[in-house]
Design a protein around this ligand. Structure first.
Ligand code: CA
Length: 383
């Protein structure tokens, strides 16, 4: 119970949302922009919902820039391509939300980590013009190119991966089917599911692996590689889903457990992330409302960093999404109602021999998803 109590206490410490509105400017002209930056933070992390309201100049693309005053580090974002270099952050529009008429608003969000204080930024610029300055005349040449990159990336290449046993950004893939260490396939039966190297969407560089998984078990598709099951195993990958996790049970990560000959699976059910043990269909968390509430949904249309720690000898499992540990996805050896009590109903000391990424639905749920920057090692790799 101690871990659950701690997790709940952590949630209760979340600060109330705060709002900073930057709209001051010369009284003689409309400001170039205003920004509402709404933070929801906990002890080590935060999310920010950011609404940008344009001034008098219609835009066909936008880049909002600011500086952080502390050590805030953006780990993921949605509805914008967010890049960070030191304290400087830029958020660039995507093809579908670049058009911003005079007075129009657009919202995007990000998640990050911090320590100490999490002061809100105040020096916003829109396409290089301070939000406090008058809007440039509408005939002005755009200050940023309108052309969009052919790839959708967010953030720098992953750090800390070089020492991992597996560290693959798929940039070396030259064919349409993942090769090298990767094998494409699916057990028992095949249908419409496909796996392909993709050059249009990437987390890093210009390549990722795209999985088009169909509804129904046999329309599953995976690409996988062998891993060493001894010792503590850490995994990290970036995944980009198109469709929200459904009510039905789905899998996007499977690992063969040699102790029972069945898969340890991560995916979703009841619209939240979960682990599932194929051998006895145990779920983590329990699929009670209280259990599901201890997990989280997966964002769509943006890259998410999924991390796990599997300690087979200790019979323990931890999970992070966007660098934040998910309280419902923890097996700590002490049975906790609604979380790992069912999981711990039998002895569990997994020894996994492979890692497969893809899509498998036990109902009729399809999804198209991308994977990039996959790493497996013996210490935490991070995002
Ligand atoms: Ca890549």
């Amino acid at each position: 119970m101690h871990r659950l109590a701690g997790a709940l206490a952590g949630l209760c410490l979340a600060a109330a949302a705060t709002t900073a509105v930057v709209a001051a400017g010369p009284a003689t002209a409309a400001p170039a922009c205003s920004v509402a930056y709404r933070v929801n933070q906990w002890q080590t992390g935060y999310t920010a919902d950011i609404t940008l309201t344009n001034g008098a100049t219609p835009l066909t693309s936008w880049t909002l820039a600011w500086h952080y005053g502390g050590n805030q580090t953006v780990t993921s974002a949605w509805n914008a391509t967010v890049r960070q270099s030191g304290t400087a952050v830029t958020a660039e529009s995507l093809p579908y939300n670049g058009t911003l008429p005079a007075g129009g608003s657009v919202s995007f969000g990000l998640q990050g980590t911090y320590s100490g204080t999490n002061a809100e930024p105040t020096d916003f610029t829109l396409n290089g013009v301070s939000c406090g300055d008058p809007a440039p005349p509408t005939s002005a040449t755009p200050t940023t190119p309108i052309t969009q990159p052919t790839t959708t990336t967010s953030g720098p290449p992953p750090a800390g991966c070089a020492n991992a046993a597996i560290c693959d950004d798929f940039e070396q893939q030259t064919g349409s089917t993942p090769g090298g260490r990767w094998t494409v396939g699916a057990a028992n039966c095949t249908g419409t599911g496909t796996v392909a190297v993709d050059g249009t969407v990437a987390h890093s560089g210009s390549r990722s692996v795209k999985v088009a998984g169909g509804g129904g078990y046999c329309n599953h598709a995976f690409f996988g590689t062998s891993v060493s099951g001894s010792g503590v195993l850490y995994g990290r990958f970036w995944v980009r889903h198109t469709t929200p996790l459904p009510a039905g049970h789905v899998t996007f990560l499977a690992m063969r457990d040699s102790t029972d000959g069945r898969d340890l699976r991560a995916g979703g059910q009841n619209r939240a992330l979960q682990w599932n043990r194929e051998s006895d269909d145990a779920t983590l968390p329990a699929q009670s409302p209280a259990g599901v509430a201890q997990s989280v949904p997966l964002p769509t249309g943006t890259w998410s960093c999924f991390e796990f720690q599997l300690d087979g000898a200790g019979g323990k499992l931890r999970t992070w999404l966007g660098s934040a540990e998910v309280p419902g996805l923890v097996v700590d050896g002490v049975p906790t109602p609604d979380i790992d009590q069912q999981w711990l109903a039998r002895a569990w000391h997994p020894s996994v021999t492979d890692l497969r990424l893809g899509w498998e639905s036990y109902g009729g749920d399809a999804d198209t998803l991308w994977f990039d920057d996959v790493a497996v090692g013996t210490s935490r790799i991070g995002c």
